[in-house]
Design a protein around this ligand. Structure first.
Ligand code: NAP
Ligand code: F7E
Length: 385
């Protein structure tokens, strides 16, 4: 009999990679998806099987973390060996606009799931993984951040996730659930949501290179993040759940980079040099040189002339917009994953350069498709934030 996993947030970045990973390990995977007015399963469609097919190993259930009865019924039906609670309103900036909803889905949603396991008598059967976050460290009290670093969240998202963290610990101690927190630092990929910083940058640079976008607007350029690859991080989730004893683990690369440097590195990946001048709201980024060989290889020679013109005309390519600043910011994150490395044997396989290469390749390909459709006279959405 294969093991059965239940994944909340299966339509998200991590849900998609984890599903792929668990299916490869021979698991039967059940996922909770939300009803939406447009189909929202793009990230997992390649894995989905017709449920009528014999031996289908992947099933989706409609649900929502704000609906206790729904969560309880699904847990009862699925009788999971492992539950990965990845569902969340996960955008830090948006959590300032929707603080109550964020607390409900991200904080109380976790309680609903744990309580379902307890009430259904599954405390000895269903292991629980909680998607905790480096946002718990917020205004950092120690550098680098590790499992023992005190929390100081700086957003409604961080505060909601702090409740989720502690309720997971409490259910572990009170009811002996095998429940663990993965305190994951930022992790990205070609399927990262388009409004998170890294994807916004790799997508915009690809569009700028091919002449379908003029400029990239961002907020705080000086923030620093410890960015890893989501593929490495879902492997850590799995390892955490396989341990004999439940525990909490920091998952991070141990390298931190400013947003400004991330933009420069992503541009360099397609042969563009971006130089920043000015300060604060007046800081601007310009394309100052092009490595034509690299650009041609990565993007195509038909776009070289447009790039030369941007350099000649000193076209502003990156600008700062106050709309992207947060009321309270997390300035610097860098994680110490020694516990995960020693106890789980976990090591990231991607470094920042590998992550950027993967993301730029993905977005250049997407934008080529966009340009092709445009040339064919078809409508293509802009998806501006
Ligand atoms: P994501 O791409 O934003 O995916 C979030 C998932 O949660 C989506 O499937 C979303 O459904 C679902 N969801 C949102 N609200 C829900 C609700 N009320 N009920 C049911 N499902 C709901 O996030 P991610 O990057 O994969 O992250 C996965 C988890 O790890 C999240 O809990 C996030 O907070 C946490 N985390 C992420 C990072 C990171 O850097 N990626 C780091 C630390 C922790 P729709 O597709 O319908 O929107
Ligand atoms: O911002 C700055 C922004 O939105 C990164 C989530 O997965 O990781 C993520 O949260 C940094 C911040 O991620 C823009 O101010 C500048 O300093 O990509 P982000 P996040 O806020 O770190 C944690 C670990 C999670 O748990 C969350 O779920 O970039 N920044 N300009 C910008 N950020 C965005 N989104 N857009 C900008 O234009």
């Amino acid at each position: 009999m294969s093991k059965v996993a239940l994944i909340t947030g299966i339509t998200g970045q991590d849900g998609a990679y984890l599903t792929e990973y668990l299916l490869k390990q021979g698991y039967t995977v059940h996922g909770i998806k939300r009803r939406s007015s447009l189909i929202n399963t793009e990230r997992i469609d390649h894995l989905y099987q017709d449920p009528h097919v014999e031996d289908a190993g992947f099933f989706l259930h409609y649900g929502d973390m704000t609906d206790s009865m729904n969560i309880t019924r699904i847990v009862q039906e699925v009788q999971p060996d492992e539950i990965y609670n990845l569902a969340a309103m996960s955008h830090v900036k948006v959590s300032f606009d929707t603080p109550e909803y964020t607390a409900n889905a991200d904080g109380i949603g976790t309680l609903r799931l744990l309580e379902a396991v307890r009430l259904l008598g599954l405390a000895n059967k269903s292991r629980v993984y909680q998607a905790s976050t480096s946002e718990l460290f917020g205004l950092v009290q120690e550098v680098p951040q590790r499992e023992t670093t005190p929390f100081y969240p700086r957003s409604p998202y961080g505060v909601a996730k702090m409740y989720a963290y502690w309720i997971t610990v409490n259910y572990r101690e009170a009811y002996h659930l095998h429940a663990s927190n993965g305190i994951l630092f930022n992790h990205e990929s070609p399927i990262r949501g388009e409004t998170f910083l890294t994807r916004k940058v790799t997508r915009a640079l690809s569009r700028i290179a091919m002449g379908v976008q003029e400029k990239l607007f961002v907020g705080n350029l000086s923030g620093q993040r410890d960015w890893g690859h989501a593929k490495d991080y879902v492997r850590a989730m799995f390892l955490i759940v396989q341990q004999d004893e439940p525990s909490d683990y920091v998952i991070a690369t141990g390298v931190t980079t400013t947003i400004r440097d991330f933009i420069k590195k992503a541009a360099a990946e397609i042969g563009l040099e971006i130089t920043f001048t000015g300060e604060g709201m007046n800081e601007k980024g310009y394309i100052t040189a092009v490595d034509e060989k690299r650009f041609t290889e990565m993007v195509g020679d038909e776009y070289i002339e447009g790039t030369r013109e941007k350099i000649r005309k000193k076209t502003e390519t990156v600008g700062v917009d106050a709309a992207y600043f947060r009321p309270t910011e997390v300035d610097m994150l860098i994680g110490d994953a020694t516990k995960a490395r020693t106890r789980l044997g976990w090591e990231p396989r991607y470094d920042l350069a590998g992550l950027i290469a993967d993301m730029m390749q993905g977005d250049v390909k997407q934008v080529k498709k966009e340009v092709y459709l445009k040339k064919g006279g078809f409508y293509t959405p802009n998806y501006f934030e």
